[in-house]
Design a binder for this molecule. Structure first.
Ligand code: DQA
Length: 142
């Protein structure tokens, strides 16, 4: 079964971006970890990252049409994009929202997510391991 791991803006800079907040793992490392974990769970995991909202919307529309489960870190869009939320609302398979950092320990503007209300569940503050936990949960739901 296919699973999409979708990362939004600035997440392509993992490893160099604020390592004290997001850790030293690069996006390429994260992608490899997700593919490896997914393979162990019987998933064909594809990891994508974009800084362009329209591209993310297109990926979510395609996932909705194909009934593909999604693990989504929408980055800053989480906190203001009604368009990304509306695309998430159309998904029919489970959606797991992931944040590497504990957004609730950070600035007030990070405390609200437009995505959470339409996600199956949320994993926050557990580092890049949060993505692996999301994949494990999807496997439990298979
Ligand atoms: C993030 C948290 C967001 O507030 C931030 O804008 C990001 C990353 C996280 O993974 O912790 O880009 O989603």
């Amino acid at each position: 079964m296919k699973v999409l791991v979708l990362n939004g803006p600035n997440l392509g800079r993992l490893g160099t971006r604020e390592p004290d907040v997001y850790g030293a793992t690069t996006h390429a490392d994260l992608a490899a970890l997700c593919v490896e974990e997914g393979a162990e769970l019987g998933f064909d995991v594809e990891v994508r990252q974009t800084d362009h909202e329209g591209e993310m919307l297109g990926w979510l529309h395609a996932a909705a049409d194909a009934g593909t489960p999604v693990v989504l870190n929408a980055g800053a869009w989480t906190h203001y994009s009604i368009a990304v939320r509306d695309a998430c609302s159309q998904l029919t398979a489970p959606l797991v929202e992931v944040h590497i950092s504990n957004v609730h320990k950070r600035e007030d503007f990070r405390h609200h997510s437009y995505i959470s209300a339409v996600a199956s569940g949320v994993i926050v503050g557990l580092g890049v391991e949060g993505y692996l936990l999301a994949l494990r949960w999807l496997a439990l739901r298979k």
